[in-house]
Structures are given as C-alpha cells and as structure tokens.
Design a protein around this ligand. Structure first.
Ligand SMILES: [Cu+2]
Length: 80
C-alpha cells in the first residue's frame, strides 16, 4: 500500500484541500502530524483534509496505523 501521489507540492499561503479515497481492504489514515492533521478512512471510504500551508518546508505525510509507515505509507508535503 502507498499514498498516490507520494509527493504533494503547494504554495505557501495556500488553503489546501486533500481529497482521499481508501481503495484498500484495510483501515488507513492520512496524517500530517506536524500540522496536527489526521483522517482515518475505512475500506472504500472517502474524505477530505483541509489546512492552511502557512510556512515553507517539507512535512511528512504518514499512515500512523501499525506497520504501514515501514511498509511504505510515507510521503511528503512540500510547501514552497
Ligand atoms: Cu495505512
């Protein structure tokens, strides 16, 4: 399992909406821990995460459920 895309780039100051669908048969979440954002998705579920990209930098995107980060569910949000 993985995030698709693994890398998301946005401009600093942007109001960002990420739309997600869990196409796997297990629960997954989408977390940008350093921005205090997390969304849990059941199999087949869709949802949205919204945040303000205030400060330039790289922010880790990860599935925080056990084992998935090591399995490759890790990406990056780049704020330019
Ligand atoms: Cu996961």
């Amino acid at each position: 399992m993985t995030f698709n895309p693994l890398r998301v780039e946005v401009h600093a100051g942007a109001r960002v909406t990420v739309e997600l669908t869990n196409v796997d048969g297990e629960d997954h979440d989408f977390a940008i821990t350093s921005l205090g954002k997390k969304l849990l998705l059941k199999p087949g579920a869709a949802g949205k995460v919204q945040f303000a990209a205030k400060k330039a930098g790289e922010y880790e995107i990860v599935c925080t459920l056990a084992g998935y980060k090591d399995a490759g569910m890790v990406g990056v949000l780049v704020v330019k």
